[in-house]
Each structure stands twice: as structure tokens, then as C-alpha cells.
Design a protein around this ligand. Structure first.
Ligand SMILES: [Zn+2]
Length: 342
């Protein structure tokens, strides 16, 4: 079981929770809001453990409010083994969280805790509550027993009723940076740095997506999409990626990232000082350098504007294959044309 200090990229939310722990003044309804897979649930578990742990104390000597669970007392061990009686989850049964589950929670939560000062219930993902369940939960949020703490976890707060939201103190979890995602993948998946970079890039920097992706799959995606910029058989690439909306969108997003990387390279006065973590497709750096030297920043901005327009046009009835062909031809022309002019 990790500690607060082991969570990556959420220091602001953690700081707020630690100040609750330190002051003992605790909202009874919390809403943890933020993208999938960035540590909301893990944070809620550590928060609960720190709240239950009798030996929880400042992990630093400074004035920082850095309270951590001890990790070894009986209470902490019960939490780690998943059998602390004061802690429970409500999760979807089937597609949604139903009113019966909320009723069961209500009859259980009125019984005072016998093993610690609090009872903590995590509802995850909260937006899966159907209307009846959410309405029923509202009654509990209006008058919770003094020892109860409810933590609603969601990646889509806007899908929750406003009446529910207004009863909760919101804690926003920040999106992770690409390098934070890479660090976590190295740690949790045991991947090398280059493997983690590859997967993170094809998960668009989303940790939840990255966890579901294999290195081999990411390699195949890289090889496949690289055809869009390699210049080899661009008509075949346009046909393959123009065949349906999903492939088309993947192609545009690959190209947008590619040219954003080029802009980063362009913006550096001296590429010897390039930090590869600044590039999404860092393993293509050598090839990108050639592109960057062949194209002016204006060319790149032109191309990006063109692709943004294509991206927007997707919802209309565009001929995907034809517009990809036009785009890839334009790229070749800009790349080679500018080169010839030098
Ligand atoms: Zn403990």
C-alpha cells in the first residue's frame, strides 16, 4: 500500500486532504473529480487509512502538513488486507449503481462504527448512479451521521445532478504530464524508459489508456502510423487511414502530434540541448530533425492549420481518403519544395 508521498502529480489535492487530517475538521461529503487513471481512488484509500490509523503523524519535521498513515499498525493492516469494517465501496452492479445499493448503504451507515472514529464510503464511479439512486443518496448527504464520510469519485462531474454536487466539497485532480505518466509506467509496469515513452505517446498521455496498452501493440501502431510521414506509398496510407472515421481521426491526431513535435524542435536555439521528454515521438527525433531543417515555422503552422480544419470537417461528410491524399501530397511538397528552395 503506498503512502501519499508515493502518489505522482497530485500534490495539491493531497495537501488539502492532509490539512483536513491535521486540523481534524472534515467535510462529510467529498467529490474527487479528474480524468481516469490518475490516482483518485488510490488517494481516497490512503486518506481513509490515514484517518483510521492511530499512529498517523507528520512524516516531516517541517511545518508542512504531511500526515501519512503508519502502514504497520493493526488498523493499517486491516485496510491493506481490504477488511476494515469502517470502510466500504459502492460500485456499479451491472451497468449502473442502483437505488437498492444506496438503501443498503443507508441502513448500514446508521450503525455507529465500533472499530475507529469514522465510517468511510467510496462511491466509484459516482456518475454511474441512476437517477433514483442519486436522489436517494441526496437524503444521506443532507443529514449524514456525524461519523460518516462519503467520497464520490468521478471523471465526469457534469453528469452528476447539481443538487448532489452542491452538497460535496470538490477536490480536483490534475491531469498528469507526459513525463509523470512515463514515470508511473516505468514503476508500475516495469517497462524501460523507451517502452514507457512509446506506450504513453500512443495512449495520448492518458494513464488509464496506457495501462490497457501493450508495448507490442504500441510498436505496431507506431510502425503503421509512421507510414503517414515516411512518404513511402502515401496513396496506400491514405486509403488505409481514410477507410473509416476512427482510422481517419487516428491519422490526423498522429500528424498533429508529429508537427507539434517539429515546432518544439524549431523553437530551440540549439538542438543539442533538446530534452527528449519534450517530444511525444522522441524516438523519431533524427528523422524529425530533417523535417525541421527542411521546413520553416510558417510552413509548419500552415500544415497544422490545414489539419485542424480537416479535424473539424470530420463531422461533415468529407471524402476521407481524398482529403488525406491531398494532405499527404501537400506535406511531401512542403518538405521537398522548401528543401529545393534552399
Ligand atoms: Zn497505522
Amino acid at each position: 500500500m503506498p503512502f501519499f508521498r508515493e502518489l505522482i502529480g497530485q500534490s495539491r489535492s493531497i495537501h488539502i486532504l492532509q490539512s483536513f487530517l491535521k486540523n481534524g475538521a472534515m467535510p462529510q461529503a467529498l467529490l474527487f473529480e479528474g480524468n481516469e487513471g490518475i490516482g483518485k481512488r488510490k488517494t481516497a484509500e490512503i486518506f481513509a487509512q490515514a484517518l483510521f490509523c492511530r499512529l498517523a503523524k507528520d512524516s516531516t519535521e517541517s511545518t508542512e502538513q504531511a500526515i501519512e498513515p503508519c502502514g504497520s499498525c493493526l488498523t493499517c493492516r486491516k485496510m491493506q488486507d481490504g477488511n476494515h469494517p469502517g470502510f466500504s465501496y459502492i460500485e456499479p452492479e451491472g451497468p449502473s449503481i442502483k437505488i437498492d445499493q444506496i438503501r443498503a448503504l443507508q441502513s448500514q451507515i446508521v450503525i455507529k462504527p465500533f472499530d475507529g472514529p469514522k465510517k468511510i464510503v467510496i462511491i466509484d464511479p459516482a456518475e454511474k448512479m441512476n437517477a433514483a439512486a442519486a436522489n436517494s443518496l441526496l437524503k444521506t448527504l443532507e443529514e449524514p451521521p456525524h461519523y460518516a464520510i462519503l467520497i464520490l469519485i468521478t471523471a465526469r462531474a457534469s453528469a452528476l445532478p447539481a443538487t448532489l454536487l452542491s452538497r460535496c466539497q470538490k477536490i480536483t485532480f490534475q491531469p498528469l504530464t507526459l513525463s509523470q505518466v512515463i514515470t508511473i509506467l516505468i514503476e508500475k509496469k516495469g517497462w524501460t524508459k523507451s517502452e514507457a515513452r512509446l506506450v504513453a505517446a500512443f495512449a495520448n498521455g492518458q494513464l488509464g489508456v496506457a495501462f490497457g496498452l501493450e508495448v507490442e501493440t504500441a510498436r505496431e501502431l507506431d510502425e503503421d502510423r509512421h507510414r503517414l510521414v515516411s512518404g513511402a506509398d502515401l496513396f496506400q496510407a491514405a486509403a488505409d487511414f481514410g477507410k473509416d472515421a476512427e482510422s481517419f481521426s487516428a491519422a490526423i491526431s498522429y500528424l498533429l502530434n508529429w508537427f507539434r513535435d517539429l515546432l518544439v524542435i524549431k523553437s530551440l536555439p540549439d538542438t543539442r540541448h533538446l530534452d527528449p521528454s519534450m517530444l511525444l515521438y522522441s524516438w523519431r527525433y533524427e528523422e524529425m530533425k530533417n523535417w525541421a531543417s527542411a521546413m520553416g515555422s510558417d510552413d509548419i503552422l500552415d500544415v497544422l492549420a490545414h489539419m485542424q480544419a480537416l479535424h473539424m470537417a470530420q463531422t461533415r461528410n468529407v471524402n476521407r481518403q481524398l482529403s488525406l491524399e491531398t494532405l499527404l501530397l501537400k506535406l511531401e511538397e512542403v518538405k521537398n519544395g522548401s528543401k529545393a528552395a534552399r
